[in-house]
Ligand binder design. Structure first.
Ligand SMILES: Nc1ncnc2c1ncn2[C@@H]1O[C@H](COP(=O)(O)OP(=O)(O)OP(=O)(O)O)[C@@H](O)[C@H]1O
Ligand SMILES: [Mg+2]
Length: 442
C-alpha cells in the first residue's frame, strides 16, 4: 500500500513532522470575580509539541476557561503558562494571540467579510503584503477542502455550517501558528459532515504537525482525534490525562469510569481505525483504457471488479468485469454514491458508509483522497467479533470466575449514589480582581 498520509504517527516516531510547540500549565488558577469557587482550582498540565489533546468533562468544569487562558483571552489568576518554553503570562497578550490559532464554536467568522478577507485577517494585522496573503489564503482553502475559485468571494451566510467551520480552521491556521486552540469546533454540524471534518483535521495535522488543543462534548470525537484526552471534573480538576486507549481500558477514577460509561470496552471498538485492520488490495483502471486489458489485469489478480480512478487516483466508480466488458474502453462515469472512507475512519464510520450506500464494502482512501484499498463488511464484523470475544473473556476472567471462587480480594467498587464527582476546592485566600472572561477575537 502507499504512504500512510491520514494516520497519526506514534508520539515517539522519529520521522514525525512537528512544527507545533509544547504547552505547559504550571499551577494555573482562575477565580472569577464574584464566584466563591474557583473555575480552575490548580491545574498542572504538559502538552507535547505536535500532540492533539482533547479536553472533555461536564458543563462548567472549566474547559473553555482553561483553553482561553492559554491565549490569555482569560487572564490566569495565578500560575504560569509556557509555550515553546516561553513564559507567555509575561508577554503582550495581543502579540501572543496573533501567534496562536483560535477557532470558536460555529466558526465565528466576520459576517460582512468575504471568505478570503476572513482567512487573511491575522496576516493583514501582521502587515503581510497582498500577494503573500492571497497565496496563503488559496493554499489554506485548498487544505481544508474548499475550492478557492468557488469560495474566496463568498460571504459566510451563503455557506453551510460545515463549510463555515472549515473556514474558521483555515483562518486560525493563516499565520502558521505553532498552536491551534479550538472550542467545540465541530459542534454545529451533522454527523456525516462531522466525520469528514474530523478526517480532514487528522490529515491537516499530519501534514502540518501543529500542537492542537480542542474542547469537545463528544467522547468518541475526543478518542478519535486526540493523541491524549484530558478528562476534567468541576474546578478544572484532572481526573485522567492519558491516551484514548488507556482511558478506555484503564479508567483512573470512578468519575472517569462513569464518564466513559459502562460501555467503555465496547467503545474501544469504535475507536479501532481502518488503518488498524487489514484491508484488501484493489485493481485500478484509468478512464479511456482498453477494457480488455483491465479485465485481464483484474483476472490475474483474482478480482471480479475494479476501481476507476481520476488523474489524482481518486475513485470514480467500481464496475464489475461484466460491466467493463460491455464497453470497449473504460467510461468516465462518476458514481456519486460510492462508499468512501479514510484510513483514519473508525470501523463504526466504515459500517455507516457501507450501510448508507447499501454496499458490502467501502473504498479506503489516503489523506489526499486517492484510493488505496477496499474494506469488506466481513473483515469489519470479524474484527469486532474477535475483539468482543477478547473483551468478554477478560471480563468474565476478572469478575465472574474470581467471584465464584472467592479469590478476588479486591473491594467491590462503589460509585457514590449521588453521582457527585470529587471536587478539589483550594483554600480561597485570594480573589482575583481581573475578570475579562468575555474577551473576543480581533
Ligand atoms: N466570565 C465569567 N465570570 C464568572 N464566572 C465564569 C465566567 N466564565 C465562566 N465562569 C464560570 O467558570 C466555570 C467554568 O466555565 P467554563 O466556561 O470554563 O466551563 P466549560 O467547561 O467550558 O463548560 P461548557 O461545557 O458548558 O462550555 C463555570 O462555573 C462558569 O460559570
Ligand atoms: Mg465551554
Amino acid at each position: 500500500m502507499t504512504d500512510d498520509v491520514t494516520s497519526r504517527p506514534a508520539p515517539a516516531a522519529p520521522d514525525r513532522n512537528v512544527t507545533g510547540a509544547a504547552i505547559t500549565l504550571d499551577a494555573v488558577v482562575k477565580r472569577f470575580k464574584g464566584q466563591d469557587k474557583p473555575a480552575v482550582a490548580r491545574l498542572d498540565l504538559e502538552i507535547e509539541a505536535g500532540d492533539v489533546v482533547a479536553f472533555v468533562g461536564p458543563s462548567g468544569c472549566g474547559k473553555t476557561t482553561t483553553l482561553k487562558m492559554i491565549n490569555r483571552l482569560i487572564e490566569p489568576t495565578e500560575g504560569r503558562i509556557f509555550i515553546g518554553g516561553r513564559d507567555v503570562t509575561r508577554e503582550n497578550p495581543n502579540t501572543l494571540r496573533q501567534s496562536i490559532g483560535y477557532v470558536i464554536q460555529s466558526g465565528g467568522l466576520f459576517p460582512h467579510w468575504s471568505v478570503a478577507k476572513n482567512v487573511g485577517a491575522i496576516p493583514r494585522v501582521l502587515g503581510w503584503d497582498k500577494k503573500r496573503i492571497a497565496a496563503r489564503t488559496e493554499y489554506l482553502l485548498d487544505l481544508v477542502g474548499l475550492d478557492p475559485d468557488v469560495f474566496s468571494d463568498r460571504l459566510p451566510k451563503d455557506m453551510s455550517g460545515g463549510q463555515q467551520q472549515r473556514i474558521g480552521v483555515a483562518r486560525a491556521l493563516a499565520a502558521d501558528p505553532p498552536v491551534l486552540l479550538m472550542d467545540e469546533p465541530f459542534g454545529a454540524v451533522d454527523p456525516i459532515t462531522r466525520v469528514r471534518l474530523q478526517d480532514s483535521l487528522i490529515a491537516i495535522q499530519h501534514e502540518l504537525g501543529k500542537t492542537i488543543v480542542f474542547v469537545t462534548h463528544d467522547f468518541e470525537e475526543a478518542t478519535k482525534l486526540g493523541d491524549k484526552v484530558l478528562i476534567l471534573s468541576e474546578g478544572g480538576h484532572v481526573e485522567q490525562y492519558a491516551s484514548p486507549e488507556e482511558i478506555l481500558t484503564d479508567p483512573a477514577t470512578p468519575f472517569v469510569e462513569e464518564f466513559v460509561g459502562s460501555g467503555a470496552k465496547l467503545a474501544y471498538l469504535t475507536v479501532t481505525r481502518v488503518r488498524d485492520v487489514e484491508y484488501d488490495e484493489i485493481v485500478t483502471a484509468r478512464i479511456g483504457e482498453a477494457s480488455q486489458g483491465v479485465i485481464n489485469r483484474a483476472r490475474a489478480a483474482g478480482q471480479t471488479w475494479v476501481v476507476v480512478v481520476d488523474e489524482s487516483g481518486r475513485p470514480r466508480s467500481w464496475p464489475s468485469l461484466s460491466q467493463l466488458a460491455s464497453k470497449p474502453a473504460v467510461s468516465d462515469y462518476l458514481d456519486r454514491r460510492l462508499p468512501v472512507i479514510a484510513q483514519s475512519s473508525t470501523l463504526n464510520d466504515a459500517l455507516d458508509a457501507m450501510l448508507a450506500a447499501s454496499q458490502g464494502a467501502a473504498l479506503v482512501t489516503d489523506g489526499r483522497g486517492a484510493v488505496i484499498g477496499s474494506l469488506g463488511i466481513g473483515t469489519v464484523t470479524q474484527t469486532i467479533q474477535t475483539k468482543l470475544a477478547d473483551v468478554r473473556a477478560e471480563e468474565y476472567g476478572t469478575s465472574y470466575e474470581n467471584y465464584v471462587e472467592g479469590s478476588d480480594t479486591s473491594p467491590t467498587p462503589v460509585v457514590a449514589a449521588d453521582g457527585e464527582p470529587h471536587v478539589v476546592v483550594e483554600a480561597e485566600s485570594q480573589v482575583a480582581s481581573d475578570d475579562n472572561g468575555s474577551g473576543t477575537q480581533p
